[in-house]
Design a protein around this ligand. Structure first.
Ligand code: ADP
Ligand code: MG
Length: 666
């Protein structure tokens, strides 16, 4: 109940004359007499309508739910204090599902001037537990509580340093503020507290892992790594790639388990880093696996890696859901016996039937598609937990990364291979589609290829699917066979068909790929130079950026064309503007976070670490930074939290124990 915070407060002393209500106002409070009260409409549209007037004008109140309950409570002829969200119907003010209470001016004087408004749900409301009722419960709760019931959980020096109110006072003020300043101070403290304990936990998890976890030791850089690096690598590594490989070598040589998150913008060359790390593992007598989120991607990684490593004495295998029968049996045996050194696959790799001889390293590509628990299950695949390298192409804003992944070591590749031209990104309306198609034609004439992407948010949505088929027919009309060939890939196809169609595009047999977002992650066709995104307004920023990243993978000029209808909501317009203004994934991720909030960023909801009740990692960054600093300092000085001043932290953590199992998860 304490942590069920009001989402805002209203000033109960302000009662407006009905005549002053205007569409500028959102929530209003009026006091008036209910004249009539009647049920209208038949079964489906049944509603209860009341007319209220206060001498200056009249107002209509409507209920669609809990009708009989309200009917019993409200009496025509009585005067009520009425609060709710103001709307206008045919020029007349009305409030749907208002909060009502008998008007008793003598009671108003004693009231705190800011009254809490609590969230409720339709179901609770229908049973009479609306925000007002919850406020009454909260009020009773605080009547009963004493400061001893809400003990302090922050060390005294922190409280003094930030001049925080006590924990008891903070909760009290958060619910029933005595003034705006006191309210803000209370919220600051509670927000700090949320950040602080989550950061303490993350730091403890990391320290603990470093202290007790043993991992395979990669002591040497052997022939495989060296030969590949010296003789087979077709390009010079970027400085960012070199730096990350150094970090990985250092991590894996220490004897403790590596658990590293590698963030690299699309096209920054993460695959090579994975390959070199896998070779390092094999050089030291261990196997390695690379796990990708889709079959297409696993297949492509497998093809690329087996081609790249062909001259080396390394056996590479592929294992996905569609590896069946004898092939599957052979792979499983090879992994168990140790004759297969590197296996590339999908989440089929984490099934129980997959047993390794000696797994030393698991690389997880495009991590945001995997749940934390799936990552964790890889731990069980070795006698020693294998080193884990998580690679993500969705740049995560720094704030988010340190909040959600604070327990991982963390590398960033913020450099693209040299000679890349920025992708030219433009916005075009559907009305000029013909010109866009002409442009694609001109690129195909130059020998290039193009993607045309349709939004299929849920692969199962029939409507979107029909859009895709229509779109495909449309594209076909512009690009008739046999002058042009088109591949189409979508989630309803079998893995075989998907693979064949994809392969035809990869090999250049088809010039155009019409697809849903299944190709969003990882696919690498350097010859493709145009990315057309249909109904671009339906995509989020990071997804648009991912899709755009499928082009611009060679030294030639690439283009991204965002198609939309002519009517755009303000936020969609802003997304399109950002996309055309910058190609920097980290910048885009920051904007995405601002526009959507952390709850929506893919893969973060599951982390469970971002579900703060009050704090927002966007709006309260300052407190997040301060909380992190303090948490790092305290856990660094006193990892057991055994110093007298820190015991209070430890006790609090212990009291919360059992609510989250995150400490057990990699
Ligand atoms: P991502 O980080 O998006 O997974 P990839 O690993 O697919 O990127 O690499 C994108 C492209 O860049 C590939 O064609 C790859 O061969 C190429 N590449 C990677 N590193 C370099 C480099 N240092 N110099 C030149 N090209 C590179
Ligand atoms: Mg990749």
């Amino acid at each position: 109940m304490l942590e069920c915070f009001p989402f805002r407060h209203i000033d109960r002393t302000q009662v407006r004359p009905i005549a002053e209500l205007s569409s500028q106002l959102e929530y209003v409070q009026v006091a008036g007499v209910v004249h009539s009260l009647e049920e209208q409409g038949d079964k489906r549209s049944r509603r209860l309508v009341a007319q209220v007037s206060d001498g200056t004008g009249s107002l209509e109140l409507t209920w669609f739910q809990g009708i009989s309950w309200v009917h019993k409570q409200v009496q025509a002829g009585s005067r009520y204090l009425i609060f709710g969200k103001l709307g206008f119907f045919m020029g007349r003010p009305q409030i749907v599902h208002p909060e009502l209470e008998v008007f008793a001016p003598e009671k108003m004087n004693g009231k705190s001037f800011l009254e809490p408004v609590y969230p409720s749900t339709e179901k609770l409301k229908a049973r009479g537990l609306n925000g007002r009722q919850i406020a009454k419960l909260a009020f009773q709760l605080f009547e009963a509580l004493t400061p001893a019931d809400i003990p302090e959980n922050l060390p005294g020096d922190l409280i003094r340093k930030f001049d925080f109110p006590s924990r008891y006072d903070s909760f009290r003020q958060a619910h029933f503020p005595t003034g705006a300043d006191a309210h803000k101070k209370a919220l600051d403290r509670l927000k700090f507290e949320e950040f602080f304990f989550s950061q303490i936990r993350l730091n403890l998890i990391r320290l603990e892992r470093h202290r007790v976890s043993h991992g395979p030791v990669f002591t040497r850089v052997g022939d495989l790594f060296n030969t590949y690096f010296r003789d087979l690598l077709p390009f010079e590594l970027t400085n960012a790639q070199k730096r990350v490989i150094r970090e990985i070598r250092k991590d894996t040589g220490l004897g403790r388990q590596m658990n590293r998150l590698l963030q690299g913008d699309v096209g920054s060359g993460k695959t090579v880093v994975a390959v070199l790390t896998l070779l390092l593992s094999v050089d030291n007598g261990f196997q390695g696996c690379l796990m990708a989120p889709t079959e297409i991607l696993a297949q492509q990684h497998f093809d690329d890696i087996s081609r790249a490593l062909a001259p080396l004495p390394v056996r590479v295998a592929l294992l996905t859901g569609s590896t069946r029968g004898r092939e599957r049996k052979e792979v499983l045996e090879g992994l168990k016996g140790g004759s297969i050194h590197i296996v590339v696959g999908t989440h089929a790799l984490i099934e129980d039937s997959v047993v390794f001889h000696q797994l030393g390293l698991a690389v997880i590509d495009e991590q945001h598609r995997f749940g934390v628990a799936q990552r964790a299950s890889l731990w069980k695949k070795g006698v020693l937990p294998p080193h884990i390298l998580v690679m993500t192409a969705t740049p995560i804003p720094r704030t988010l990364a340190m909040t959600a992944y604070g327990d991982l070591d963390y590398s960033v590749m913020d450099e693209l291979p040299p000679g890349r031209l920025p992708i030219v990104t433009v916005h075009r309306y559907d009305s000029v589609r013909a010109r866009v198609m002409d442009f694609i034609k001109s690129e195909i004439m130059k020998g290039r290829q193009a993607y045309i992407i349709f939004p299929l948010i849920e692969e199962s949505e029939t409507l979107d699917y029909e859009d895709l088929m229509k779109g495909y027919e449309n594209v076909k009309a512009y690009f008739p066979e046999p002058s042009y060939w088109i591949s189409m890939v979508h989630g309803r196809q079998s893995a075989d068909i998907k693979e064949t169609n994809m392969q035809r595009f990869v090999s250049g047999d088809t010039q155009i790929m019409v697809s849903t977002t299944v190709i969003e992650v990882g696919v690498n066709v350097p010859n493709a130079s145009v990315m057309v995104i249909e109904s671009a307004e339906k995509f989020g920023l990071s997804q648009l950026h991912q899709l755009r990243g499928r082009v611009g993978r060679s030294s030639d000029q690439s283009y991204c064309i965002l198609m939309t209808g002519s009517r755009l909501a303000a936020e969609a317009r802003e997304r399109i503007r950002i996309m055309t203004a910058t190609g920097n994934g980290f910048e885009i991720a920051e904007k995405d976070l601002e526009l959507r909030g952390p709850g929506d960023i893919e893969g973060t909801r599951q982390s469970g670490l971002l579900n703060f009740k009050l704090a927002s990692i966007v709006q309260d960054r300052l407190w997040l930074d301060l909380a992190k600093q303090e948490a790092v300092r305290i856990t660094g000085e006193d990892p057991d939290l055994s110093l007298p001043g820190n015991r209070i932290i430890r006790d609090f953590l212990l009291s919360k124990k059992g609510k989250t199992a995150w400490s057990k998860i990699s």
